[in-house]
Design a protein around this ligand. Sequence first.
Ligand SMILES: [Zn+2]
Length: 275
Amino acid sequence: MNNNKSGFALQQNGDLQYYTIPSFEQTGLVKHGFSTRLGGVSTGECSTLNLGFKKKDSREAVLENFKILTCAIGVDPHDLVFSDQVHKDGIAIVGVEDREKGIFKESDICEFDGLMTNEPRVALVTFYADCVPLFFLDPVQKVIALSHSGWRGTAARIGAKTIQKMHERYGTRMEDCLVGIGPSIGSCCFEVDLSVAEAFQNAFPQHPEIVTDGKRDKYYVDLWQANRLQLKDMGVPGENITIAGQCTCCHRDVFFSHRGDKGHTGSLAGILMLR
Ligand SMILES: [Zn+2]
């Protein structure tokens, strides 16, 4: 994969590198970013910008990393709201009363892979190391969502369910919605067994191109296309969907990769907030 040609835009601030979505930036409505592993203070397998408290890292280092990243993005760490992801398709609606949950306060937002709000200064945070980050912005109704779409979430169509919930709850029209599909494991590296390949063939019978044959009994699944196509099928125009196109597993120097680092790795994060 060519890492230089990304649909997302690289932002650099000293040693810190993170990505933004040009179409989101152009609205002027949000502060947002997707982290890399570069520019933080963590050491060892979490080197250097680990954002996961459950990793082999100190709480102090993770808090410092959040400070570095949120300062660059322009978000107050006290406005952050964390998800608690379980590879399912639940989406929680959150608001100002949920700020600090997961970072400075104990969280009661349990078993949700997606977060959604229409309130300003509520910074949604979801975590990654190969799974697919889905950023949503409805610039008309001013609603945002951020969903963690691993292979299970992708097959369960959490992306389509997120935009459906934006429609039901806030009146979002599919044609207005902007979507960013962030850095995550590409089809180049997402080799799977028959059971996973079949899960995708069953979930997307109209899109057989999502699964390709690999060596012997192995297959490759294209999670970026599986997410893009389920959103297009919902009515989101293709030109509204930006794919970063960067494989986290191919670029372990830049990103944490669960598969690439054989489980010994840190956490990346997506952050999205209405101004
Ligand atoms: Zn790859």
